[in-house]
Design a protein around this ligand. Structure first.
Ligand SMILES: Nc1ncnc2c1ncn2[C@@H]1O[C@H](COP(=O)(O)OP(=O)(O)OP(=O)(O)O)[C@@H](O)[C@H]1O
Ligand SMILES: [Zn+2]
Ligand SMILES: [Zn+2]
Length: 807
């Protein structure tokens, strides 16, 4: 019998969840471990690909079915990158999210771990073609990059390869690299030190200083050279002499890139809790060691974060680790600072704003057990923490927790799985819980913890609804109502701060011809192009197509072109004209693209370097600035018009969140909500800060319409370059499915998607509503395997559990 490694291979073309068996060459017998990445040959061409070792088994190497077994070529890691827990999680998640295990495994690791392939061509027989001979120019192999060759050369090369004169050769490269700097370690023991010192002349006091330093080092201790130069009166030359004399060795020393190095972080102490906070904390702490789920429903400014921090403290004190998820990086800077100031270097942060190197280093600090608290966005739910004792999911209702690309997982589901695995409590926190979670708490599946009051008897901000239909009648079109403008002026006069939100959901700036009504469209997608003033171009938000701003209508050649829509830039201009003395910070996708821009803006605003923070939804959450006493929502209802049953819920959540930024400290807050739908229940109930009433009312509507949380939903989308193929395949899938679905399932479609064509592919979709969780998993996973076809040109199927959008 011989041991073989079971490897999940990275072959996008033929995905399957079945691992392949590989023999382990003798020199690697003790090297290959569970959770390591390996390079293995695959397929007829034996091309080198990356794989993950997910298990081992014993086989008889002489058995008929095993004589063909191939051998692992190389091990890509010094230590496993995944442990048993994460491997089990990936297998479960692949099934749960209708994805392939390899896709899940890759999503779990920082992108730096993703292998890069290089494809080479190597002659293995005589080549007579002079043009091809010249390509090689005597070299043993050349990199094969189709874009570097002419089409004639490509066809010649492929022909030679088929004839057996050339072969492709693949190389897998590891992208991950640790950063090192030069360190110094002592080579002298105590006696040798004494001896060296006695050999020095009186004048050599610098070298004597070096010896004193070496004396303070423990055996094998390494100090950074830079640190020595900066801290002691020891020069580069003295170190070099020391090395020559054999006193010390220069060694590379691994250093971590700290994503928070530029923050000014002061240590903080646990605050004395208010009674509601204390009750919540006690409940959570009492559940230590159990996979209990809590829904912490606390109004904005009720001090949820302080409860999280103290619960984490309790977990750390028990020698276990804590995972804290936050919705997006817009929220993370302030939150990260708060967690760091409580727990210091034990905290690692993981979010998309990190550089590749920072991410890699944070990941390894966690994996090595050096960081015991992780704060991060969605994919941080895969952080390689061991012995998790507590999981926190802040703003649990946020849609950013759902990944919309493959693997289409929800971080909450993954967090729940890990909570079960480690028997650790999980806390879902929000001022406006998702209906799903709130309904589960109602049924007693989750334990509901409530904090209905703000800290220090601070009142909820007063919300004023401004009817923009009336406003239009008053005078020339403006983004700002009289009431909001007056309130802004009052803040300026009092030296207080304001936050203005422009709701960009379901809304974009576009270009239209005033003579013929033509709207500039993307050539690849059925959607209008969006105007971007910063790059002076029109862009497609779906496929990335970009072109210049037209001066003339492409349809009728008229020059009467108008730009519609209120972008943040336009609002900023308007604001400058209305309030020339105001210092304005604009925060949107365009101004925060640069690394660190986001944090810098928030820091500046926190330091009162600006009076008004103007931004998109990204400013709605988490911000905690004591001087902010006014919040203005410029357009509350853009999302209400969307054909999606979530519209009211999302609007209510957004308004509640952004209103919650006002009046969080001593000064009372005021909110102005500008809307064309002043009577809509989502807007009225946000004004009243009445989540409970909203929950009741929305649940009734969902019940009537058979929507979540009364039903579970699945969205299937099929696409093809050819519209008819897309439609026909989806009809066929529909028929196949209907035969296999339970009787009480509701089946809708196939219909063309609302944006039927994206990036030249046509989309058709089916929506399924069903009653019992997981009852479709078997059938849908079978469908996924069956519908696998290869390549960009072929029909592609995606299956999305609980989609964020039905469009
Ligand atoms: N027990 C306490 N005593 C004094 N101040 C507190 C206490 N708990 C929290 N605070 C302060 O109250 C403010 C609001 O708390 P926090 O930001 O934790 O609320 P939150 O519920 O997380 O808010 P949101 O959901 O709006 O982000 C913060 O400035 C925080 O430092
Ligand atoms: Zn026109
Ligand atoms: Zn496009």
């Amino acid at each position: 019998m011989e041991q073989v490694a079971n490897v999940i291979v990275d072959v996008p073309a033929m995905q399957t969840n079945q691992p392949y068996s590989y023999l382990i060459p003798a020199p690697l017998k003790h090297t290959v471990e569970l959770g390591m990445r390996v390079a293995v040959p695959f397929g007829r061409g034996n091309r080198m690909i990356q794989g993950f070792v997910v298990g081992f088994s014993e086989v008889d190497p002489t058995a008929q079915e095993n004589v063909q077994l191939k051998m692992i070529k190389a091990v890509l890691d010094l230590k496993p990158v995944l442990n048993q827990e994460l491997i089990s999680l990936s297998a479960w998640l692949a099934h749960q999210a209708y994805a392939f295990q390899i896709t899940v495994l890759q999503a779990m690791l920082p992108s730096m771990f993703r292998a890069k392939y290089k494809k080479y061509l190597r002659p293995i027989d005589e080549i007579n073609d002079p043009e091809i001979q010249q390509l090689f120019a005597g070299r043993e192999l050349i990199e094969y990059d189709e874009t570097q060759f002419t089409p004639e050369q490509v066809s010649k090369l492929t022909k030679l390869q088929r004839e057996g004169c050339l072969e492709f050769y693949y190389e897998v490269n590891n992208q991950a690299k640790a950063k090192t700097r030069l360190g110094i370690k002592s080579l002298l023991d105590f006696e040798q030190l004494e001896e060296a010192r006695s050999g020095l002349t009186k004048a050599a006091h610098k070298q004597s200083g070096l010896l004193s330093l070496l004396q303070t080092l423990a055996p094998e201790q390494v100090v950074a050279k830079e640190q020595i130069l900066a801290t002691y009166d020891i020069s580069e030359a003295v170190i070099t002499t020391g090395a020559k004399k054999g006193w010390l060795a220069k060694v590379p020393m691994e250093i971590y890139r700290d994503p928070m190095a530029n923050y000014d972080i002061k240590p903080s102490q646990a605050l004395t809790l208010q009674p509601d906070q204390q009750a919540a904390l006690t409940a959570i702490n009492d559940a230590a060691g159990q996979a209990e789920t809590f829904l912490l429903e606390g109004v904005t400014g009720s001090g949820k974060t302080e409860v999280y921090l103290q619960a984490m403290q309790h977990t750390l004190a028990q020698g276990r680790t804590a995972l804290m998820l936050v919705p997006e990086i817009a929220l993370t800077p302030q939150m990260m600072v708060r967690v760091r100031s409580r727990f210091g270097q034990q905290v690692a942060v993981l979010h998309s704003g990190l550089s590749v190197g920072e991410r890699y280093d944070e990941w390894r600090r966690i994996e090595r057990g050096e960081a015991k608290v992780v704060v991060g966005a969605r994919s941080a739910v895969f952080a390689p923490l061991d012995n998790i004792g507590l999981i926190i999911m802040d703003e649990e209702h946020e849609t950013t927790y759902k990944q919309e690309e493959n693997p289409r997982y929800h971080a909450r589901d993954v967090a729940m799985w890990r909570s079960q695995y480690y028997q650790a409590p999980i806390v879902l926190g929000s001022a406006t819980p998702s209906l799903e979670s709130r309904a589960r708490a109602q049924k007693g599946v989750y334990q509901l913890l409530r904090m209905p009051k703000r800290i220090n008897q601070q009142v909820m901000p007063a919300v004023e609804i401004v009817d923009m239909r009336e406003e239009i009648k008053k005078g020339p079109e403006s983004t700002f109502s009289e009431a909001l403008l007056t309130a802004l002026k009052a803040r300026l006069a009092r030296g207080e701060q304001s936050v203005l939100m422009l709701n960009r959901r379901g809304f974009s700036s576009f270009m239209m011809c005033r003579d013929c009504g033509y709207v500039l469209q993307c050539p690849n997608c059925d959607i209008g192009l969006t105007l971007h003033m910063d790059t002076h171009s029109m862009k497609c938000h779906y496929c990335g197509h970009e072109e210049g701003i037209p001066k003339m209508c492409p349809n009728c050649q008229s020059t009467a072109i108008r730009y519609y829509g209120t972008g943040t830039q336009k609002v900023e201009q308007e604001l400058h004209e209305l309030l020339p003395e105001a210092r304005i910070l604009r925060m949107d996708l365009d101004t925060t693209r640069k690394k660190g821009a986001h944090e810098n803006m928030l820091t500046a605003f926190g330091a009162h370097e600006a009076d008004i923070l103007l931004g998109t939804q990204m400013i709605a959450k988490g911000l905690d600035f004591p001087l902010v006493t006014l919040v203005g929502v410029l357009n509350a209802d853009t999302a209400l018009g969307l054909p999606d049953f979530h519209a009211a819920e999302r609007t209510f959540q957004l308004l509640t969140q952004v209103a919650g930024r006002a009046g969080r400290a001593e000064l009372p807050g005021e909110v102005y909500v500008q809307t064309y739908n002043p009577d809509h229940y989502a807007i009225q109930l946000a004004k009243a800060h009445d989540y409970e009433q909203f929950y009741q009312q929305e649940m009734q509507l969902r019940h009537l319409a058979k929507y979540p949380p009364y039903f579970f939903t699945i969205k299937l989308q099929g696409s093809d370059l050819d519209e008819r193929t897309a439609a026909q395949n989806m009809s066929q899938i529909g028929r196949w499915l209907k035969k296999r679905l339970p009787a009480d399932t509701i089946f809708l479609g196939p219909t063309p998607r609302s944006i039927a064509r994206i990036n030249q592919r046509y989309y058709y979709q089916i929506v399924i509503k069903y009653r019992h969780q997981n009852e479709l998993d078997q059938v849908l996973n079978e469908l996924l395997e069956r519908a696998q076809s290869v390549g960009r040109n072929a029909f592609q199927l995606s299956i999305d559990r609980e989609p964020v959008s039905f469009m």
